[in-house]
Design a protein around this ligand. Structure first.
Ligand code: F6R
Length: 236
């Protein structure tokens, strides 16, 4: 594991973008696993800038996002599909048809989970997976539990996650209670994993996840077993 501590969110965002840029330059048809939330916003801004300058070309890249809320349509501005379109996809030259986010409005969510796993397999797996980490140690929306979950699955969000994510909604009551998330298998089989986190409030979970015991009670701790993991953390 490469555990890189940086001083500011700006530095974290530049470094994370540089890791992703290196991946896209060395393999233009990379499959990128992407995340939403506040952590990657600066990274996405840097990638958009590099694409705009002509330094990066996403025209052969395929993306698979980690997760989506159950019940939010793609045009709902709180959906993760909407977030990705606004913060990245519309700002770079990726082909929209090559971007994938689980469908949280699928009539049959279990079938959607199976479809998503089959899609990732058909793509040959993920070359680089970008992750954030929740205050409870979740990655994607794989919440603390008794056993790691292998495939894409439907989850009930932890009260702490609902509370943390309420900042993006008008009120806590509007935060969906369920989500579809990629499971641990696709994440752990990604050739490279890049996890980014910032803020003093994440210091304790970062310590537990990367220097504590490996346990499904701290889902991110499984990443300690990944052969090519880079973690970038800024306390500020
Ligand atoms: C988002 C996701 C989540 C977030 C995590 C951290 O797609 O999978 O695991 O990465 O909740 O969120 P932020 O970055 O908002 O602190």
């Amino acid at each position: 594991m490469k555990y890189i501590k940086v001083k500011t969110y700006e530095e974290l965002s530049r470094k994370a973008a540089a890791v992703i840029a290196a991946q896209v330059i060395s393999k233009p048809n990379s499959v990128l696993g992407l995340a939403t939330g506040s952590s990657p916003i600066g990274t996405y801004e840097n990638l958009a800038k590099a694409c705009d300058n002509g330094d990066l070309d996403f025209s052969d890249v395929t993306s698979v996002n980690l997760d989506e809320y159950v019940g939010l349509s793609t045009d709902n501005d709180q959906s993760y599909r909407y977030f990705m379109n606004k913060n990245l996809f519309e700002k770079i030259n990726i082909k929209m048809e090559n971007t994938n986010v689980p469908n949280g409005c699928a009539a049959d969510i279990e079938a959607e989970c199976k479809r998503y796993d089959a899609l990732i397999e058909d793509l040959g797996g993920i070359d680089l997976q970008l992750l954030g980490i929740g205050l409870d140690g979740h990655i994607g929306f794989n919440e603390p539990c008794e056993e790691f979950v292998k495939g894409t699955n439907r989850v009930t969000l932890d009260p702490s996650t609902i509370e943390a994510n309420a900042r993006f909604f008008a009120s806590i009551d509007e935060v969906p209670r369920e989500a579809v998330t990629m499971g641990m298998q696709a994440i752990m089989q990604a050739k490279k994993v890049l996890l980014i986190a910032n803020g003093k409030n994440k210091a304790e979970i970062m310590e537990k996840a990367f220097f504590g015991p490996i346990t499904p009670k701290v889902p991110a701790s499984i990443l300690q077993l990944h052969p090519d993991l880079t973690v970038i953390y800024s306390e500020n």
